[in-house]
Write a protein that binds this ligand. Structure first.
Ligand code: DC
Length: 227
């Protein structure tokens, strides 16, 4: 016996995710926030999600070099995604660690945690779940290559190392950006690289506004993004 056709045929919504990847301190966060506002989309900072896990592991006094321990912590921690003021937050045990994840200690730990394959699998699932909140502007290192490889809106930001060091110093943060980039680019699991089809923007001499406008214009020019 044949099954009757559904009354309404399934509609295939286009995927509305702007992926912004790039090196550390290349301006991804400020740019992604600005682009999200202009496009009326939800901002997702995936680096903050990795930082949250690194902070949690430090809190639990785990050895962040112990892959197994980190993977187990990631499997067991109690988390929730929520969207507040057009921005996605990752809560741990009901708590949203905002400032704590920006310390030098967390920054030094995060690339180790982010290199663990089981952690990346966990993060990818949660990051893909964010479409429940609406159209997204998601920034990170592997959004265009691994989390949403099917999106047509892919951008890769970079700036020269001197400029990036200056930007971090201006934020009052001292860290070894070159070492972190190297770790992010050389890990086996979803390393930092330019996604196929991504538009590369070197913003060493561009303002935040100019960088953001390039992305906003590019996205708006495509038929799929709602006008
Ligand atoms: O963007 P950020 O500096 O807050 O990122 C923190 C760390 O997390 C950085 O070392 C790279 C890692 N990361 C990642 O591996 N994949 C992502 N999608 C986002 C961040």
């Amino acid at each position: 016996m044949s099954t009757p056709a559904p009354a309404t045929p399934p509609t295939h919504q286009p995927l509305l995710v702007v992926a912004i990847d790039g090196t550390s301190a290349s301006g991804k966060s400020s740019t992604a926030r600005c682009v999200a506002r202009a496009l009326n989309a939800i901002y997702v900072d995936t680096g903050a999600m990795y930082r949250t896990l690194a902070w949690y592991c430090l809190q639990q006094r785990l050895d962040i070099h112990d892959e197994k321990a980190v993977a187990t912590a990631c499997r067991k921690w109690v988390t929730k995604l929520e969207c507040v003021d057009q921005k996605v937050r990752l809560l741990v045990g009901g708590y949203y660690p905002e400032k704590e994840i920006r310390t030098a200690e967390t920054s030094a730990a995060v690339a180790h945690v982010a290199a663990v394959p089981k952690v990346r699998d966990w993060m990818k699932k949660r990051q893909r779940d964010c479409v429940q909140f609406g159209p997204l502007v998601m920034e990170g290192r592997d959004i265009g290559t691994n989390v949403f490889p099917e999106t047509e809106f892919k951008f890769y930001l970079d700036a020269n190392l001197d400029e990036r060091n200056k930007r971090r110093a201006a934020e009052g943060v001292q860290e070894n950006l070159a070492a972190r980039d190297q770790r992010d680019s050389q890990r086996a699991s979803a390393p930092l690289m330019i996604a196929l089809g991504a538009r590369v923007i070197n913003n060493s001499v561009l303002t935040l506004e100019a960088t953001s406008q390039l992305i906003i214009d590019d996205v708006r020019a495509r038929a799929t993004w709602p006008k």
